[in-house]
Design a protein around this ligand. Sequence first.
Ligand SMILES: [Ca+2]
Length: 557
Amino acid sequence: MNKQFFAMGMAFLAAVAVMAAERPNMVIIMSDDSGYSDLGCYGGEIDTPNLDKLAKKGMRLSNFYTNGRCSPTRASLLSGLDCAKVGFGGGVVGDWSREMPYPAHRARMPYDIPLLPELMKEAGYRTLMSGKWHMGGSTMKFSEGSQKVWKQYHEGWELTQEEMEQDYLGLPMQRGFDEYFGLYGAQNSLFFVPGQAHPMMEGNGPAKLKYDREYNMHCFSKRKDMNYNVNHGKSGKAFYATDGVTDRAVEMIEDASKLQEPFMLYVAYRAPHKPLQAPEELVQKYLKKYGDLDVIGPTRTENLKKEKLYPEDAKHFKAWLPKERDELQLQFAIHAAMIEKIDENVGHLIQTLKKTGELDNTLVLYFSDNGAAAHTKGIQNAPYNGVKALMWEGGTKSHFIAAWPGKIKPDSISHEQVWVGDLMPTCLELAGAAYPKTFRGKKTDGLDGRSMLPVLVGKKREPAETLFFNDKGQQTVIYQGRWKLLIEPGWYLQTLDVPGIAYELYDLENDPSETKNLADAKPEMVQRLAKACDKWIEECGIVDYAELIKLRPNDPY
Ligand SMILES: [Ca+2]
């Protein structure tokens, strides 16, 4: 080898080594259906000392947006794209797979669109996940029983080998994760006792659970068709998913810390999503705390103002509470207990990072996949209106904490608008990885998300030109600067012709809680934004719910 080339080669290798040493680990922690103001550091009365500490060491965002529902948020998090472009346009409409003919609603990540773990793995990262996947996919090809069940639910539809193969390719291990532990689906108990059937998976097969802790189990569900309450009132050795998912994530960190390469860990808790389940002691603690439900929303709002996360002079939304409070008080208490358990486990994760010497070189992100759900009446989303699956701010906004020692300014706040799809380009930038022009033989279209690195280091970022969401092919929302237009917001299921279209236009700068609809006062702006929405809907191939349900007219839910 020529000497000069050798020297260049060595310099290149040295540069790569330095880069590899400097590239941070990334730990993305996401809860499920936690409200905007649930955390102590976001004005909440729930005890979250570990998350509050994380916030003190890092940055809080006041304007972080999800896609308002479990799967659509996860789709954008892992693809950096509008969720409809990867098959998650709108939430669950009855059975996922019945929208199979429509790619925007297929509810399974296309195999020829790159996902975050795939690109991070290619960039030399160890890729780890513990928790709820909820991105479609199945191991149906290995199970005649599952195929039989599928056929029962899809009478007259053909189940092809190709379909089952694609389903298998839709699972986390086939989409770039080196290790996976958790739940493929969404709805399930959190408590499991020895001998009881459970859905937890390790890689592509059933997981062997550790029932190594004692619990007094409190389970609350009104669903008569499920066995969610089977462990209610029981005491003894059990598996509790929030603890179990963390235990496995702790092992993953410990193993990864022994390796040369950096790691990306994605922890997705399935709490405080329904069914509500938590240790009895914590439920009792919050039942005592929630003697007066009327003070929760206003107190959280006042606290947010003190924390400078909400403007002092802005109006806020006041959620409606029913007269009958007993059941609501219990639901609030379990919700809070589930969040305190998450906080305790975030503490374990941080301790593990510290113990393994990784903390100083790790970016930790914490947020919820959407706002608190309808059973909370939206109190937990104070001061915002709306709940999960609705496109008002309470449904789509989440608290967001980012910590990275020496890089992110301690105890800082940013009011920049950041969207969940911005996380993938951020991770790629930190990993020194580019988004590919082609993937598995198909040309890619480029990312919709934009790196939030400038925001994290305290710089201004150009606002996104527009930001769209759509749910079930009907409720649509567009953000443009300070303006937000909602089209058909609310619990509409338009199965029939509905006269007229409902518009709501808000100036979020002056009215962050959407208290004054300006649609009638600004018809030209409404038309302009609505036209942009139509164009986007067409580009994404979003299909109206009224069309979707024609696929199975006997099951209109
Ligand atoms: Ca959720």
